[in-house]
Design a protein around this ligand. Structure first.
Ligand code: GLU
Ligand code: ZN
Length: 294
C-alpha cells in the first residue's frame, strides 16, 4: 500500500481553536498518510475573512504539540490567490461558468424540479440571455457569484470508510460575489497543486466530495482516495463545538488528549508513533465518538 509520490494532508480553517474532535481527525489523517508511505502536508484555509492569523498559529502549535509532523512549511491559501483566479479564468474560457445573481433567499424560494435534490442550485441563472444578465446586474447592484455549469447531477467517489459514495453535483459556486474563491474550488486546486492523492477529513464533508471530484475531473486531475471519518459528538449527541467547554488542547492537556484519542480509536499506545504501529484502517470505529470531558 505504499505510494511514495503521493501525499495526505490536514487543512484546518483558522476560524476557531481546534477541539479534540478536530485534533483526532488530524491525527487520523496523519496515520493514514504515514502508514501508506505518503508525505503529509499542512494547509491553512484562510481565504475567508472570518479567519485569523493568531488562531492559525495556535492550531499549528497544537498539532505540533500532539506530535503530528508535516513535510515542508504549512501552506496558506491566502498566499496564492492568483492560483485560484487562473483556474477560474480557465473554466470561464472553456464556457463552463455562468454568473449567478441569486441571494440565498432567492435560491430557497425558487421553484424546484420534482426530483431535484434538496439544497441543489435550482438553475435560475444558468441560461439567461445577455440582455437578461445585464438587467439582473443592474437590479441587484452587487457583483455576481460564478457557478460551474455542471453537465452531471451526481458523481461517485471512492471512500475507504464509506465505500463507493454517490452524491449530488449541482451548479455549485466557484467564486463568491465578493471575489473570494469558493471552498470547493480552492480545495481541488490546492490538492492537485500539492500532489495530494489521499483526503482524510470529517464526514460532514462527505457530501461535498462528489462536487470536488467532478471538478477535479474537469480539470484533468485524478480523484484522490477519500476517507471521511466519524465526527465527535458532545454528550447531547450534537456535533462537538468549542462552546461545549474543556475541548481544546489548552484545556485538556497534551498527555490526556492523546490518551483519550488513542482510547477512542481502540489503541493502547498514547503516542502518534505508537498509534501508527497499531493503525489498521479496516478497524476504524464507524460510529461517532461521544466525548465526555474528564
Ligand atoms: N478547511 C475545511 C474545514 O476545516 C476542511 C477542508 C478539507 O479537508 O477539505 O472544515
Ligand atoms: Zn442564480
Amino acid at each position: 500500500m505504499t505510494s511514495p509520490a503521493g501525499a495526505g494532508r490536514f487543512a484546518p480553517s483558522p476560524s476557531a481553536d481546534l477541539h479534540i474532535g478536530n485534533l483526532r481527525t488530524a491525527l487520523l489523517a496523519w496515520l493514514f498518510a504515514r502508514s501508506t508511505g505518503r508525505r503529509f502536508l499542512m494547509r491553512v484555509e484562510d481565504l475567508d475573512d472570518r479567519t485569523d492569523t493568531d488562531i492559525a498559529d495556535r492550531q499549528l502549535a497544537d498539532l505540533a504539540a500532539l506530535g503530528i509532523t508535516w513535510d515542508g512549511p504549512a501552506e496558506r491559501q491566502s498566499a496564492h490567490r492568483d492560483r485560484y483566479d487562473a483556474v477560474v479564468d480557465e473554466l470561464a474560457a472553456r464556457g463552463l461558468l455562468f454568473e449567478c445573481y441569486c441571494s440565498r433567499k432567492d435560491i430557497a424560494a425558487a421553484p424546484r424540479a420534482p426530483h431535484a435534490p434538496e439544497g441543489a442550485y435550482p438553475g435560475t441563472c444558468r441560461d439567461l440571455t445577455e440582455a437578461q444578465r445585464a438587467q439582473r446586474r443592474q437590479q441587484t447592484g452587487r457583483p455576481p457569484a460564478l457557478r460551474l455549469r455542471s453537465d452531471v447531477t451526481s458523481y461517485t467517489v471512492h471512500d475507504v470508510v464509506h465505500g463507493d459514495y454517490t452524491g449530488v453535483v449541482d451548479d455549485f459556486v466557484v467564486r463568491r460575489g465578493d471575489g473570494v474563491p469558493a471552498y470547493n474550488l480552492a480545495v481541488v486546486v490546492d490538492d492537485a497543486a500539492s500532489g495530494i492523492d489521499q483526503v482524510v477529513r470529517g464526514d460532514d464533508l462527505l457530501a461535498s466530495s462528489p462536487r470536488q471530484a467532478y471538478l477535479a475531473h474537469l480539470l484533468g486531475h485524478p480523484p484522490p482516495v477519500y476517507a471521511h471519518v466519524p465526527l465527535v459528538l458532545n454528550a447531547d449527541g450534537a456535533r462537538l463545538a468549542k462552546r461545549d467547554g474543556a475541548v481544546t488542547l489548552a484545556e485538556i492537556g497534551v498527555g490526556r488528549a492523546l490518551t483519550q484519542i488513542a482510547e477512542s480509536l481502540g489503541y493502547t499506545a498514547p503516542t502518534p508513533e505508537g498509534m501508527l504501529a497499531e493503525f489498521d484502517p479496516g478497524r476504524l470505529p464507524r460510529a461517532p465518538w461521544v466525548y465526555r470531558p474528564g
